[in-house]
Design a protein around this ligand. Structure first.
Ligand code: GLC
Length: 533
């Protein structure tokens, strides 16, 4: 592979939700030692980089996305030594570690906020966003919090409101304040100096708000099943032009270290998303592309979106694809177990860095959580809308022991009933399992650099099928044909004869079949074909 392709371009990223990956100390919650004990598995799977959701001290109002100390480890997850052992174990395997950084907001228990709220003239008052009520006594503006209700919380002691884009326990930092920037950059250096390879920046597009705090307009497309937050279009509370200066500064800091990288969590339409690559690609290395998570599973729409994305990327901007994360329903529950196999082939054959959410490689599904066991604040705050993220955060399914090998005690969220079938141990020795499909796709991708550096050439899309080529001078050419429907279909290449061999398929029995002119696929089948010219 070409020397100038970096690890975050050629490798596969795997997201670990640390509470749910592996419990090592019998408290029912996953921890760092647990992750370290499973690194051989991740290496076997072919993962290059492990992104770990937040592990810092936190009151856990939002399960770690409410940080009370950016420079330490939550005792629930272990110690700084455990962290260093994890990092060392990852590096020893020639893998990389990406930390989750949450710069937009802190916990309300963070010492910075405690100082800030202590009085109006505290030097840290301006580190957060404080506003008076309007003369008529009403809220500073109409902005809503993502987890329900107003984004403004009244502070009785100092008689002002503070702004929180998420929970009231997560006050937003004021990124227009230079001291905030300095403090957060110092934390980034702290982890980079330890040897961390990159950051996934939480809610990057939220970091700067409109200087005038104008009211957000009403969303004409709001539907009652949506989160209350979606009643307004957050055009003044997020994605402000000034955010790009912050992103660029973060990038400059990272660039002082060799081969470090930054992912931005950004939920925006493509034309706005790609701006986060920054001028001259000096912004985020990978602005997360959530298209496969948010679009309907419709081949025509997906093919059109891929084309739009490919066409919108700035010169030199590296693409990426995400199929699941800890905030969204799992892919199996969105499109079904059979289509999830086809989705795996799509994820790992498109041009760009793939990110896999833990357990998706087994086909883990969303787990129904009884209401009295619900944990997620998003679910609890909007009880009638089915917005809880708990179902996608249940314990990793390692084997068929009582708690699926995740823990020896009852875990913080229940293990799925199907874990006796859907687990690493069972699938490891089943050549037709989802796990083996993922592993084969990952290794195939690695062994055939055309999937990394080759171009993406759309060939065909209709109501059932997507087909595309991956092509690079001097390499065999590959055709990928995916049946995104449950019904059989035929496929021919328009204007060109189709002649090649199936080298990898969601249905292993199809492999090594020679294809002449017409490819016949069953429902839910996908194939990779090497073309003979
Ligand atoms: C991001 C995280 C999500 C969290 C939110 C607030 O979207 O992925 O889990 O709740 O930010 O920090």
């Amino acid at each position: 592979m070409s020397k100038d392709v970096l690890w975050w371009q050629s490798g596969v990223i795997y997201q670990v939700y640390p509470r749910s990956f592996q419990d090592s100390n019998g408290d029912g919650v996953g921890d760092l030692k647990g992750i370290t004990s499973r690194l051989d598995y991740l290496q076997w799977l072919g993962i290059k980089a492990v992104w770990v959701s937040p592990i810092y001290p936190s009151p856990m109002a939002d399960f770690g996305y409410d940080i009370s100390d950016y420079g330490d480890i939550h005792p629930l997850f272990g110690t700084m030594q455990d962290f260093e052992e994890l990092l060392e174990g990852i590096h020893r395997r020639n893998m990389k570690l990406i930390l989750d950084l949450v710069p937009n907001h802190t916990s309300d228990k963070h010492p910075w906020f405690l100082e800030s709220r202590s009085s109006r003239d505290n030097p840290k008052r301006d580190w957060y966003i404080w506003k008076d009520r309007k003369p008529d006594g009403s809220l500073p503006n109409n902005w809503l919090a993502a987890f329900g209700g107003s984004a403004w919380e009244w502070d009785e002691a100092t008689q002002q409101y503070y702004y929180h884009a998420f929970l009231k326990e997560q006050p937003d930092l004021n990124w227009r304040n230079k001291d905030v920037q300095t403090a957060m950059f110092a934390m980034m250096r702290f982890w980079l100096d330890k040897g961390v390879d990159g950051f996934r920046i939480d809610v990057m597009w939220h970091m700067i708000k409109d200087a005038l705090f104008r009211d957000n307009p009403v969303n004409p497309e709001y539907q009652p099943h949506m989160a209350t937050y979606d009643q307004l279009l957050p055009i003044y509370s997020s994605d402000q032009p000034e955010v790009h200066t912050i992103v660029r500064e973060m990038r400059e800091l990272l660039d002082e270290y060799p081969e470090r990288m930054m992912i931005g969590e950004i939920y925006l339409p493509i034309h706005k998303l790609v701006v986060y690559y920054g001028t001259d690609n000096k912004g985020a290395h990978l602005p997360f592309n959530f298209m496969l998570l948010t679009l309907a599973w419709d081949p025509k729409r997906i093919a059109a979106a891929i084309n739009e994305y490919e066409a919108s990327l700035p010169r030199g901007g590296w693409p990426n694809w995400v199929l699941g994360n800890h905030d969204q329903p799992r892919v199996v529950s969105r499109i079904g177990a059979s289509q999830a196999r086809v989705a795996a082939m799509l994820l790992l054959t498109l041009r760009g860095t793939p990110t896999i959410y833990y357990g998706d490689e087994l086909g883990m599904r969303d787990v129904a959580i009884p209401p009295d066991k619900m944990m997620d604040p998003q679910g609890l705050n909007m009880p009638d809308k089915n917005l809880s993220r708990d179902p996608a955060r249940t314990p990793m399914q390692w084997d068929n022991s009582e708690y699926s090998g995740f823990s020896l005690v009852s875990p913080w969220l229940p293990v799925d009933r199907t874990a006796d079938r859907v687990n690493v141990r069972v699938q490891h020795s089943d050549p037709s399992s989802m796990l083996i499909l993922y592993r084969r796709l990952i290794h195939f991708r690695e062994q055939n650099p055309v999937f990394i550096t080759g171009s993406y050439i759309p060939v065909f899309a209709d109501h059932q099928v997507i087909a595309y080529l991956r092509r690079e001078e001097g390499h065999p050419e590959f055709l990928v044909v995916l049946n995104l429907s449950h019904r059989p279909c035929y496929f021919r290449m328009a204007g060109r004869s189709l002649y090649g061999t199936i080298v990898l398929s969601t249905t292993p029995a199809l492999e090594q079949t020679t294809i002449r002119d017409t490819l016949t696929l069953s429902g839910d089948e996908g194939v990779i074909i090497t073309l003979q010219s």
